[in-house]
Design a binder for this molecule. Structure first.
Ligand code: NAD
Length: 503
């Protein structure tokens, strides 16, 4: 019984039994069985949580940033201790293979380390003033309670990309996890609370979790006391959240869908490309925002490459990730994901596709879970379902002859998240990376589009939402910038030579 194992994992992680009852059934995609019940937050509960976060903000913003970093350092230590247990819970709740579940927790640890260093580097510029005896500078101040809405497919890492930065920047964090993966959120909250006890003097309400569906997310998005919402999920969700935030002039970090592509050039190292493409297209059962969904292969290597890829697709091991480390593909999240995948394949067929795989497997063993063989779909052209994101393991393969035309096709979709080129010709690589190349937020060479490191800013353009999280200077979105001009002279020269003399 998975429910028993989940109960003991939650005990181990310190999730209070008080939080583990209610009317919301949580199910595991591994078997389809119910593994826990939880209670949704009420609208009053949301309002009270935001009020606590506001009170916490007044204290936390005045704590020196390196001391805020100490809390995040302690959280990183808790995560190290809990890596295997939390990773296993990720596998049970989101269906990822075991090494990816652990990898997700490692990503949390990495961003904590990054944020600890960042806590001593929240600096602004000093800027030359045009006026004598004046100095200009930028200061970065904490912004306020930060709402974090997350998707099911990175149930814990996405929170940590936001929370680690928000906390060192001086903001409380209110988390509305996916309704499909609320248990891992409660587990992370319990680890945070342990770290907070060890740190001491941490205000109540600094980090909180609101369990619930879209209505709870909407209540958070519409609360005027929350100046920043970081929302990860579908483009449809982002369109609604973005509109609501714009109405009240709040800030948003939108991390939405992707329809990511790679180009395989004639000079590519095909063995390397094969491994990279297999991981990017099949890994996480095609349920990463950065999953490879479109592949353009030069006609001189197309047949050889597609034949190799077809063999990989036919042989990759699919099944319950807890049963064996050799399983590389776990289940889809639910029946709706399976139906959406089948619709996309039927539509592709109508557009002239030749399809390898895509069928349901393990149905007898797990009648209530949805395991599928990843689908390799040879398309005559980029039409129909190829133009949109289907959150399932479907890779559309197309032939190309001219790189410029392939890049044009590459960019001719609504999303702009991640991309890559496989080539050993530096002219081709540099073209793809240049202004005339990929229009995505992530542009790689000789690796697949998925599997980003936390050191870089993560996010994408167009209908991916434009937000950036994690490394580089993504922290600036969690703070407010004050530009200050100081006059240390006795005159009052005005900018632009304006004269305003009074008697
Ligand atoms: P989803 O849009 O169904 O749900 C995401 C979250 O938004 C959930 O917590 C949900 O309750 C909440 N939500 C939905 N509608 C809302 C509304 N109107 N107001 C407030 N909250 C609302 O997405 P999903 O199925 O959980 O995740 C898959 C999608 O997420 C894919 O499109 C994938 O590409 C995307 N994704 C993007 C990134 C990224 O960084 N760009 C990362 C992971 C996933």
């Amino acid at each position: 019984m998975l429910a028993d194992e989940v109960a003991s994992l939650l005990d181990h992680l310190g999730v209070s039994p008080d939080r583990r009852h209610g009317t919301r059934a949580v199910r595991s995609p591994l078997t389809g069985e119910t593994i826990a019940h939880l209670e949704d937050a009420s609208s009053q509960g949301v309002a009270e949580t935001v009020a606590h976060a506001e009170a916490a903000f007044r204290q936390w913003r005045s704590v020196p940033p390196p001391r805020r970093g100490e809390l995040v350092r302690l959280l990183g230590l808790e995560l190290r201790d809990a890596k295997d247990v939390l990773g296993r819970l990720v596998t049970i709740e989101a269906g990822k293979i075991v090494s990816e579940g652990r990898g997700e927790v490692q990503e949390m640890i990495d961003i904590c380390d990054f944020a600890v260093g960042l806590s001593r580097q929240l600096y602004g510029l000093t800027i030359a003033s045009e006026r004598p005896n004046h100095r200009m500078m930028e200061q970065w101040h904490p912004l306020g309670p930060t709402g974090v809405i997350t998707s099911f497919n990175f149930p814990v890492a996405v929170w940590s990309w936001n929370a680690a930065l928000a906390l060192v920047c001086g903001n409380p964090v209110i988390w509305k996890p996916s309704e499909k993966t609320p248990l891992t959120a409660l587990a992370v909250q319990a680890l945070f609370e342990r770290a907070a006890v060890k740190a001491g003097n941490i205000p109540d309400g600094l980090c909180t979790v609101l369990i619930g569906g879209r209505d709870v997310g909407e209540a958070l998005v519409n609360d005027p006391r929350v100046p920043l919402i970081s929302a990860t999920g579908s483009t449809a969700m982002g369109r609604e959240v973005g509109t609501q935030l714009a109405r009240r002039f709040a800030r948003g970090i939108l991390e939405l869908g992707g329809n990511n592509a790679s180009i395989v050039c004639p000079s590519a190292n095909l063995d390397l490309a094969l491994r990279a493409i297999a991981f990017a297209a099949i890994g996480t059962a095609g349920q990463r925002c950065t999953t490879l969904r479109r592949l353009f292969v030069h006609d001189s290597v197309h047949d050889e490459f597609v034949a190799k890829l077809t063999r990989v697709y036919a042989s990759v091991r699919i099944g319950d990730p807890l049963a064996s480390d050799e399983v590389l593909v776990g289940p889809l999240i639910d029946e709706a994901a399976f139906e959406t995948m089948q619709c996309a394949l039927a539509e592709a067929r109508a557009h002239g596709a030749r399809i390898h795989g895509g069928e349901r497997v393990e149905e007898k063993r797990f009648p209530n879970a949805y395991y599928v063989r990843p689908a390799l779909v040879e398309m005559p052209a980029q039409t129909g379902p190829v133009l949109r994101e289907t959150f399932a393991p479907i890779l559309y393969v197309m032939k190309y002859t001219d790189l410029n035309a392939a890049i044009e096709q590459h960019n001719a979709v609504a999303h702009g998240l991640s991309s890559s080129i496989f080539s050993t010709d530096m002219r081709e690589v540099e073209k793809f990376l240049s202004v005339a190349g990929s229009d995505c937020g992530i542009v790689n060479a000789n690796i697949g589009p998925s599997g980003a490191e936390i050191g870089g800013a993560f996010g994408g353009e167009k209908e991916t939402g434009g937000g950036r999280e994690a490394g580089s200077d993504a922290w600036k979105a969690y703070m407010r910038r004050a530009t200050s001009t100081v006059n240390y002279g006795d005159d009052l020269p005005l900018a632009q030579g304006v004269r305003f003399d009074i008697d």
